[in-house]
Design a binder for this molecule. Sequence first.
Ligand SMILES: [Fe+2]
Ligand SMILES: [Fe+2]
Length: 150
Amino acid sequence: MAATVQETINLLLESYSMELETVMNYLANSVNLDGVRAEEIKKSLGADVPGEIAHAQQLANRIKQLGGHVPGSKALTIGNQIQPVTDTTDVVGVIKSVIAAEETACAQYKKIIKAVEGEDYVTQDLCIRLLADEEEHLVQFKGFLKEYSK
Ligand SMILES: [Fe+2]
Ligand SMILES: [Fe+2]
């Protein structure tokens, strides 16, 4: 049985929190890292920040369309992701944290895609598009990991 509208809203709110947490951690890592090897990763993460904000905006719009309420910071569940590295030359640590965040985001979008099957095709379409973006990030950072862990 497909998810109810309220269940769908709750699933979208989880993704919304995750996207905003991603923004915070990518932003921090894009600034904190030091060294020549870090430059490309910093540039890539900095460029991802507006993209992840756009994901949160699209989720917020869908939550509103379904009759939900977009909460403020107090109601968000954050602090679940790997925190920005304290060793500012630990580029591999950052890459691994990005891979973990993207894998979790992909898993949540897949969960929503399945949950709304046969019922809410607009939410499903949105989550398929967001999943495509996150899979692209994932492939990119898995590629970085290959090179940087040599
Ligand atoms: Fe995202
Ligand atoms: Fe992403």
